[in-house]
Design a binder for this molecule. Structure first.
Ligand SMILES: [Fe+2]
Length: 503
């Protein structure tokens, strides 16, 4: 095809995508052209470059939209996997691409667009990659070119509503304020001057369903390296509740919380400083997994009082947690641990034709005795999961269900199923995506006016490789029964996280 028409396969895919969005072609019939492009894994196919920006009413719906589903699912992903000829190497690389599914009056609308950060606009204007990404170095710029900004802050990991704002979160820097209707860039946000310039902000703050306050943290960089913990007051400001000094670079992606405690799990991931300082390596090139060092659990009172409990485990890699709760003097929480650092290599192989699979992770329940500060037990109840979600109204309380994107056969990134774990019985229900399909994070959406965990919906974006098309799957959270599948006519990379906010 490219010989005859002077088009690359990429051009053709783009044209096909535009035509599909406009309803000019049936994407299901033409998708084999794209699948035949190589032997990429489903995970790589699902995390390519976003296809089309715009706003649409989505009408190709299998099943029936729940009539009480009213509100918006905001998602964000790294949406550009090639910048002016440079292929992104790391799953975390690429400009933030936002999507918003709006449900109202039994209809569903989609708005999707890149976030026009000043750095993205500068690159578009100059038609060159001017800023290195987490795992991809920029080419040498022309000698006379002086770029305008220190670096890129990619809010492509998570997106939350807070204090009337939509905040895109990168975890490496401050949040980015985004206008929630038009999804336009507003600027970095420091919570009315209460987030210091040298402190980053996690992509996973947690919110207390009783008080409405949030709990968040960042890394104080430079001298006085510390895990810095804040309460997000309902006024919109942050209150610093703890400053926990750390000896060495540390990575902590998520936090979980019970009624009285915040729990951090810190894996032994370090930077090799000579590599990092060489000027020839990206941060991802310099990451090292110190397999002889412990993974540390830090348990801090939410009021910041006293010294945190610290427990050491054999080295394990950790990203995400489930819920946490207290019962009879014990603190119980669920977490996903991988027994080695292989996932770091997997994440950094996105540009490879063959992505190395990583060691399966384990969904693990920890029980800590609060009086002695000792680990009482750890039990494992499943492998190959990611993106754990639960009914956020039950944050800090014992929950019956945990939902994950799970892989039945391959590495956990090939999430071929949504899984619902009954944490009381140990039973797991598996909702298989089906052949050539993959699911992203399953977001729990409560049914209006109903408080039980059984009364909700699970919304998970999926990707169908045969159609080369994204869809949104809606399931009854109580029964896991199919409710609806909304086809987007578009390709939105699967990415990481999102959240639903009722209208
Ligand atoms: Fe995450």
């Amino acid at each position: 095809m490219n010989e005859n028409y002077g088009m690359t396969r990429r051009d053709f895919a783009k044209l096909l995508g535009c035509a599909a969005v406009l309803g000019l072609v049936d994407v299901s019939g033409a998708a084999s052209q794209i699948l035949g492009d190589g032997e990429k894994s489903l995970f790589a196919l699902a995390n390519g470059t976003a296809r089309t920006e715009g706003e649409w009413r989505l009408t190709r719906i299998e099943g029936k939209l729940p009539p009480d589903l009213n509100g918006s699912l905001f998602r964000v992903c790294p949406g550009q996997k090639e910048t002016f000829g440079v292929r992104m190497k790391h799953l975390f690389d690429g400009d933030a691409f936002l999507s918003r599914y709006d449900f109202r009056d039994g209809k569903v609308f989609l708005k999707a667009k890149f976030l026009e950060t000043p750095q993205r606009l500068e690159e578009l204007q100059t038609k060159r990659m001017l800023y290195s990404e987490f795992g991809t170095a920029k080419p040498a710029p022309p000698a006379d070119y002086k770029r305008k900004y220190a670096g890129k802050n990619q809010p492509s990991v998570n997106v939350i509503r807070w204090d009337g704002k939509l905040l895109g979160l990168s975890e490496g820097a401050h949040p980015t304020a985004i206008e929630p209707t038009g999804l336009s860039y507003q600027g970095e946000w420091d919570f009315y001057g209460t987030l210091p310039k040298d402190v980053s902000f996690t992509a996973h703050p947690k919110f207390d369903p009783v008080t409405g306050a949030g709990y968040t943290y960042g890394i104080k960089k430079g001298a006085g390296l510390a895990l810095t913990v804040f309460r997000m007051e309902t006024s919109g400001k942050l209150t610093n509740i703890a400053q926990l000094p750390q000896k060495d670079f540390f990575m902590v992606h998520d936090v979980t919380m019970s009624e009285n405690y915040l729990i951090f799990v810190i894996p032994p991931v370090k930077y090799d400083l000579p590599t990092l300082m060489s000027g020839k390596a990206t941060p991802a090139d310099a990451l090292r997994y110190a397999e002889r060092e412990p993974t540390r659990i830090l348990i801090l009172r939410k009021d910041g009082a006293g010294a945190p409990i610290e427990i050491e485990l054999p080295a394990a890699m950790v990203f995400h947690h489930g819920n946490a709760f207290e019962r009879n003097g014990k603190l119980i929480f669920d977490s996903l641990l991988t027994p080695d650092g292989s996932v770091l290599q997997t994440l950094h192989s996105l540009a490879n034709d063959k992505i190395p699979s990583s060691t399966p992770n384990n969904l693990t329940r920890f029980t800590i005795d609060l009086a002695s500060g000792k680990l009482e037990s750890r039990t494992q109840f499943g492998s190959n999961h990611e993106f754990p979600r639960f009914d956020a109204r039950q944050t800090g309380k014992e929950t019956k269900f945990l939902y994950t994107a799970g892989a039945e056969t391959h590495g956990f990134l090939e999430s071929s199923a949504i899984m619902r774990h009954n944490l009381q019985t140990g039973a797991t229900k598996t909702i298989a995506a089906g052949r050539n399909r993959i699911f992203g994070e399953p977001v729990f959406v409560p049914q209006t006016g109903k408080m039980a965990e059984e009364n909700g919906w699970i919304l998970a974006q999926g990707y169908d490789a045969r159609r080369h098309e994204s869809f949104l799957e809606i399931r009854d959270a109580g029964t896991t029964d199919f409710a609806a599948r909304v086809w987007t006519g578009n390709y939105i990379p699967l990415g990481f996280h999102g959240n639903f906010y009722a209208a």
